[in-house]
Ligand binder design. Sequence first.
Ligand SMILES: O=C(CO)[C@@H](O)[C@H](O)[C@H](O)[C@H](O)COP(=O)(O)O
Ligand SMILES: [Zn+2]
Length: 197
Amino acid sequence: MKHIVHEQLGKTIAVLEKVRADETLLGVVAEAAEVTAEAMLKGRKLMVAGNGGSAADSQHLVAEFVSRLVKDRPALRAIALTVDSSILTAVGNDYGYEKCFERQIEALGQQGDVFLGISTSGNSPNVLRALALCRTLGVVTIGFSGNGGGKMAPLCDYNVIVPCDTTMNIQESHLALEHIYCMLVERCYFGAESTLV
Ligand SMILES: O=C(CO)[C@@H](O)[C@H](O)[C@H](O)[C@H](O)COP(=O)(O)O
Ligand SMILES: [Zn+2]
């Protein structure tokens, strides 16, 4: 069994190395952070959603914005669309699960906001529908995906596609990139000084 642990960690590291070598991807993460900080500086907000492990990512990332990541600073305006079980069950039950994020964007989304959709396949219908609605509302769209980007690729203004087709490894890279994205937004918003140790 121990050799499997070693082998799997090797896969995690190999995917992260591929991500680090992908200059286009690195540039997109930096641009996505800049546009998010600009939106927040104008009083707009970040909305985040995904399914399963990516729902956990959505909540994790939003917690960094609302609490803090590396800077001791005021709260930043962000919300995860994965946390309200009453909304998720009502919309899922009455309209269909594929509308559970779209409906919340209909309620909350304003022109100039940012939506970050996370899907390792790039094909989850509820994420696709949310991205499509954002396009009509003038909400900036960021996608974190894998598997070549899937169907969400054409719906994303900023497209972070992890070069991998294994869900768990894509998720591991997503988490690393989500932390860096949040760190960069903090830097753009508040400046590079006063970083926590
Ligand atoms: O965490 C994992 C697998 O590592 C699962 O919960 C996974 O997130 C779920 O199967 C999701 O439904 C997958 O959706 P997506 O990433 O393709 O949009
Ligand atoms: Zn998982």
